[in-house]
Design a protein around this ligand. Sequence first.
Ligand SMILES: Nc1nc2c(ncn2[C@@H]2O[C@H](COP(=O)(O)OP(=O)(O)OP(=O)(O)O)[C@@H](O)[C@H]2O)c(=O)[nH]1
Ligand SMILES: [Mg+2]
Length: 237
Amino acid sequence: MKISLCILTLNEIDCLQAIFDTIPMPSNENGYDEIIAVDGGSTDGTIDFFQDRNIKVIGQSKRGRGEAFQLAFEMIQADAFIFFSPDGNEAISDLKKFRPYLENGVDIVIASRMMKESVNEEDAQLLKWRKWANNIFNLAANLFFKRSGVYITDSINGFRAITKSAAQQLELDAHDYTIEYQMTIRALKSKLKIVEFPTIEGERIAGETGAPSIPTGLRFIRRFFIELFEPSKSTHK
Ligand SMILES: Nc1nc2c(ncn2[C@@H]2O[C@H](COP(=O)(O)OP(=O)(O)OP(=O)(O)O)[C@@H](O)[C@H]2O)c(=O)[nH]1
Ligand SMILES: [Mg+2]
């Protein structure tokens, strides 16, 4: 199975300088066969950074995390994709954990910040606003779309992998940060096989968030209602 590690960036030069060299080279053992960057239009040297290291960069014509996912599915020849944000939130040591699940027939593998043995970046705080909001979105997805099987504990996390056939079946069309929530909900509706493993979330190393909490939260509510009325994608793989 050919697996592509897709690094998603929008002006992440400071973070890349801090962590890129710790990302293992592509190999079967390390869990992916190639590294490709999908960039939302960085102007801070991120694109040059990749090109200097011979990493192919796919440039988006329209900004948005959802756009990046869709472009990856369209442009990258692979059987599965691992999506990785190089801002310090996602544990590089987990990259090798996706392949065994994908090779065993799992459609979507999510690194969860919410299950036993996980750590969420807000866990050390008393008021965990983002975590609580995330858990409400998780509850809504599971209550309305789960038909059977396990409870999805982190329906919105970006650190995840999906097979190309599942991505094609789900016909994802969210442009923004709600792409993962759309993917999880549509996968539940279509009874795809989703597995989660616990991850330890780090803090953003540098730079600015692209997802301010309140407007992003409102987009998630809107996404939930759109998906509630959207028929399920049942094309056979
Ligand atoms: N390719 C691409 N990547 C994007 C785009 N917008 C954001 N990203 C990347 O998506 C990742 C996650 O975005 P963040 O802004 O960190 O969102 P977050 O993790 O919810 O918020 P933080 O607390 O700041 O980490 C980062 O690596 C961004 O650079 C985009 O339009 N295109
Ligand atoms: Mg982040």
